[in-house]
Design a protein around this ligand. Structure first.
Ligand SMILES: Nc1ncnc2c1ncn2[C@@H]1O[C@H](COP(=O)(O)OP(=O)(O)O)[C@@H](O)[C@H]1O
Ligand SMILES: [Mg+2]
Length: 277
């Protein structure tokens, strides 16, 4: 963990946190969602969600359009907070800490929980600056460190070899697939622990998609990853666990192989075999 980026973790934990910390550690859990409800005004978008996520695993989130996948993902870095009419109940713990605690710093949270969206959204800047930007706004000034971090992030996002000769050209000159890997590199540069991917490959061709999927395999060595996908084959290929949502409910979450071959609920089977959705 880089001390230039990450502040020292507070060693002041309360008793509840100590107990939960031990539980999570014992089972190698990174994230725990507890009795979580989410409302847009009077519409309940997520209903009593309970879920545990192992460190360094990939959880695929599937379900029909409008079932709450993106809403769920956006809770983990409190992106929904910008919407005025929302309300939520319950807890989401990353390590032992509830991310909704009053004393939690949302800026720190977003540093720790990176997000990449369906539509790649590079800044109107050079490739280099796209990645350096996040470091600079986090107060890093050391030019050598920044250059090193840019290179490392681009390598980790499997983009370096393709673009190392044009780092100072506009990010918009990259192909769609490269732009999406650039956005992943940008998210990685500030060293998050959890990575949220909302249909990151749905606008890409099959070759670019395969690259992103390959990349996810690599990234899980270092990160805990939640990926929303409407592509069932993709969920089957990239995720260790698959969570099936419907109408705001988490119907079941299990090992991916089980969800696709022998799910516990009939409705999951109907969905994964294409009988509806
Ligand atoms: N900003 C918003 N304001 C109000 N309702 C919303 C907003 N975003 C999503 N919703 C509603 O919440 C439900 C879940 O949406 P969403 O999380 O986008 O589903 P998914 O990603 O699975 O397609 C839908 O009924 C949708 O209309
Ligand atoms: Mg969505």
């Amino acid at each position: 963990m880089n001390t230039m980026i990450k502040e020292k973790k507070s060693n002041q934990k309360n008793v509840e946190q100590e107990v939960i910390s031990a539980e999570l550690e014992e089972n190698n859990m990174k994230v725990r969602v507890e009795n979580f409800n989410f409302y847009y005004d009077t519409t309940q978008a997520l209903k009593d969600i309970n879920l545990e996520i192992k460190a360094n695993s990939v959880v695929g989130i599937i379900g029909p359009s409008g079932c709450g996948k993106s809403t769920f993902l956006r809770c983990f870095n409190r992106m929904n907070d910008t919407i005025s009419s929302i309300r939520y109940e319950g807890k989401i713990r990353i390590d032992e800490k509830n991310i909704f605690d009053d004393n939690l710093d949302v800026v720190d949270l977003r540093r720790n929980v990176g997000m990449v969206f369906q539509k790649s959204n590079p800044f109107p800047k050079s490739i280099f600056e796209n990645i350096a930007y996040g470091l600079k706004i986090n107060g890093i000034k050391d030019k050598n460190f920044i250059a090193q971090k840019v290179e490392e992030s681009l390598k980790n996002a499997a983009l370096w070899d393709e673009i190392k000769d044009r780092l100072h050209k506009s990010a918009f000159a990259l192909s769609g697939g490269q732009q999406q890997r650039l956005c992943i590199a940008r998210a990685l540069a500030i060293e998050p622990e959890v990575l949220l991917l909302d249909e990151p490959a749905s606008a890409l061709d099959p070759i670019a998609t395969a690259k992103i999927e390959e990349l996810i395999h690599e990234l899980k060595k270092k990160y805990t990853i939640l990926i929303v996908t409407h592509n069932m084959q993709q969920a089957a290929r990239v995720s260790d666990y698959t969570a099936f949502f419907m109408l705001g409910e988490l119907i079941e979450c299990d090992e991916t192989n089980k969800i696709f071959t022998n799910p516990s609920k009939k409705i999951t089977e109907d969905y994964v075999t294409g009988r509806f959705g």
